[in-house]
Write a protein that binds this ligand. Structure first.
Ligand code: PEP
Ligand code: MN
Length: 341
């Protein structure tokens, strides 16, 4: 059950919390500038919403049967639009986030960013703290990488996103980027989720590599219940028995999420397939399935990339994909960011 209160007094909130406690329910309250939302969990069978609706300060009571409450469509019928600088996720436009897996140097990121912008990308990506499967692989430029992505983003005029892997680094990374990425390996790092909830920056929440859709939405719920509702979900493939692709890109997650949640969902066909050959077809399939955006790895020279070269598009591949997406989105009554003429 979710109890919504518009600018309530502390006394009014306390009375609702006391009432929940008397009935053996757990109440969790989140207060924003103009409203307080109380999520109640426990045995709701004997709970009559009318009782709460009549309490002073209460605006509306919604019963949500799902374990994820704030992320559910029952709680909010209209789509959430998440705005990151000049990019908006969840509306008619389909922003494309492009850039290398890892930030390697100013020159490399600057070249990638110029190509991304020229082809019509809406955001620039690049990892500064890399969660590599091997401790012997390139781990990222760390703070120097953050300085580079902030500078390059400003120079080319694109908002930037980078991954945060450590709760102790959230504040630092938030000072350098427009959006915080939670990677697949950390989707259930609850300490990290609670920390990004406090960061007041939009969050790109990737699906865990073995997570169900419900577990993924529960991860979003951690961030939302901590006071941050600016979340973009990202399907990036899950682990299956198939070995011809790096992961199995679960595109059915897109319409499922759109049905059960109001949060925007984008697709990452780069990590989803692991090979540049399959990125373009799966990007187009994702858009056809209703995705609210794409995340595409692109490197000025993929054969020299320090991370994820095999799945990175060249600037030329990327420009061609953007042309194709332009036609596809027009047929679907949507748009993809266009080149500046
Ligand atoms: C990435 O986006 O660079 C990344 C590491 O992705 P994932 O967490 O999906 O593997
Ligand atoms: Mn990568």
């Amino acid at each position: 059950m979710i109890i919504m209160m518009n600018t309530p007094t502390t006394g009014q909130v306390n009375r609702v919390m006391d009432k929940l406690r008397q009935l053996g329910l757990d109440g969790h309250s989140i207060t924003t500038a103009d409203k307080t939302i109380i999520t109640a969990s426990g045995d709701l069978s004997a709970c009559n919403p009318d009782l709460y609706e009549r309490m002073p300060g209460v605006d509306k009571v919604v019963i949500v049967a799902k374990p994820y409450k704030l992320a559910s469509r029952e709680f909010q019928q209209h789509n959430t639009i998440v705005t990151v600088g000049t990019a908006s996720f969840g509306g008619e436009n389909i922003p494309v986030i492009a850039g290398p897996c890892a930030i390697e140097s100013y020159k490399q990121l600057q070249q990638a960013a110029a190509s991304a912008k020229e082809a019509g990308a809406a955001m620039l990506r690049g990892g500064a703290y890399k969660p590599r499967s091997s401790p012997y692989s390139f781990q990222g430029l760390e703070k120097d990488g953050l300085e580079i992505i902030r500078t390059v983003g400003q120079e080319v005029g694109l908002p930037v996103v980078s991954e945060v892997t450590d709760p102790r680094k959230v504040e630092l990374i938030a000072q350098h980027v427009d959006m915080l990425q939670i990677g697949t390996r950390n989707m259930q790092n609850f300490v990290l989720l609670k920390e990004v909830a406090l960061a007041k920056k939009p969050v790109l929440l990737k699906r865990g590599l073995a997570a169900t859709i419900e577990e993924w939405l529960m991860a979003a719920e951690y961030i939302m219940s901590g006071g941050n509702d600016q979340i973009v979900l990202c399907e990036r493939g899950i682990r299956t028995y198939e070995t011809y692709t790096r992961n199995t890109l679960d595109l059915s997650a897109v319409p499922v999420i759109k049905h059960i949640s109001h949060l925007p969902v984008i697709v990452d066909p780069s990590h989803g397939t692991g090979s540049w050959r399959w990125v373009s077809p799966m990007a187009k399939a994702a858009v056809a399935a209703g995705a609210d955006g794409l995340l595409i790895e692109m490197h000025p020279c993929p054969e020299e990339a320090l991370s994820d070269g095999p799945q990175s598009l060249t600037p030329g591949n990327f420009a061609q994909l953007m042309e194709e997406l332009d036609k596809l989105t027009a047929a679907l009554g949507r748009t993809v960011n266009k080149k500046e003429k």
